[in-house]
Design a binder for this molecule. Structure first.
Ligand SMILES: Cc1ncc(COP(=O)(O)O)c(C=O)c1O
Length: 277
């Protein structure tokens, strides 16, 4: 079943009503994480919660719980919800206060949902996906996992309208990342991906995949690359908590490589799955 947590209480998801003056609701004034749970084990949970702490710090939001306390709450939620394969959504906002922009004198709000996981099918992994290249219209602090996702939402919808799985974003002539994924191009056996600076989210899956690539002896260059480079790549792929390692087989009207997931993507995904266990 699915379950929610709001400010200290576990409740049925449908029964939670968020107060009208909640700042997440009014300003998107908060940060979040999504953690995937495989067979009862939250995957890379510590890494996600450390990133949450870093995002909170970046927006000057004091964390109401330590990483260890959040870990305990997540385990408790999964047990209460009786979920083995799940997705945990966790957000912290600047609390509940009459609407004024400046920081309120209010405790932060913590909400979580525990839901059965919605994994992509093996058919999707085996076929790969089509993506659309779109302008990156986000702010300049994309390393913060902030609730403000309007440009991401609009890009994802435009991509969907064009029959694409994802929007791959371009800023100042270079590919940054997907609307909810990190993006990669493979050329002559080398994996290229945007450097982990302020212009992209430092994906937890990205870090794991870079480690997996090192173990496999696959060279990775964290360098800027252009849309043209992506269009001429031998392979391309996306990574995220929910998409794992997912081949891009078409960018707009251009087929990438053979039009099927290539050897490097397949190797990385297989090794990544070993990490999941
Ligand atoms: C903009 C963006 N980039 C990358 C990712 C992938 O991050 P992770 O691997 O931590 O899920 C996400 C995930 O939501 C995202 O929203």
């Amino acid at each position: 079943m699915s379950l929610a947590f709001f400010n200290g209480e576990f409740l049925p998801t449908e029964s939670v009503v968020i107060p009208i003056d909640e700042r997440g609701h009014q300003f998107g004034d908060g940060v979040y994480e999504v953690i995937k749970v495989y067979d009862g084990k939250p995957f890379l949970m510590r890494e996600h919660l450390v990133r949450l702490e870093n995002s909170a710090k970046a927006i000057r939001l004091e964390m109401p719980y330590s990483v260890e306390q959040l870990e305990d709450l997540i385990h408790e939620g999964l047990t209460r919800a009786e979920l083995r394969d799940a997705q945990v959504y966790l957000q912290i906002t600047r609390g509940i206060a009459v609407r004024l922009h400046a920081f309120p004198d209010a405790p932060p709000s913590v909400s979580m949902t525990f839901r059965p996981s919605k994994s992509l099918t093996e058919e999707v992994f085996n076929a790969g996906v089509k993506v659309a290249l779109l302008d990156d219209e986000r702010w300049l602090n994309c390393y913060i996992k902030s609730l403000n996702l309007l440009p991401n939402v609009l890009a994802k919808q435009t991509a969907a309208d064009r029959g694409c799985f994802e929007a791959v974003l371009v800023r100042d002539g270079y590919v940054t990342e997907g609307s909810s994924t990190n993006a990669y191009a493979v050329k002559d056996g080398v994996v290229y991906t945007h450097p982990a600076n302020k212009r992209i989210l430092h994906g937890i899956t990205r870090a794991a995949v870079l480690q997996v690539a090192a173990e496999l002896g696959i060279e990775v260059r964290e360098e800027l690359y252009t849309p043209e480079f992506l269009l001429n790549a031998d392979e391309a792929f996306l990574t995220s908590t929910t998409a794992e390692v997912l081949a891009i087989t078409q960018v707009d009207d251009t087929v990438i490589g053979t039009g099927k997931p290539g050897p490097i993507v397949r190797k990385l995904h297989a090794k990544f799955r070993e990490l999941i266990g």
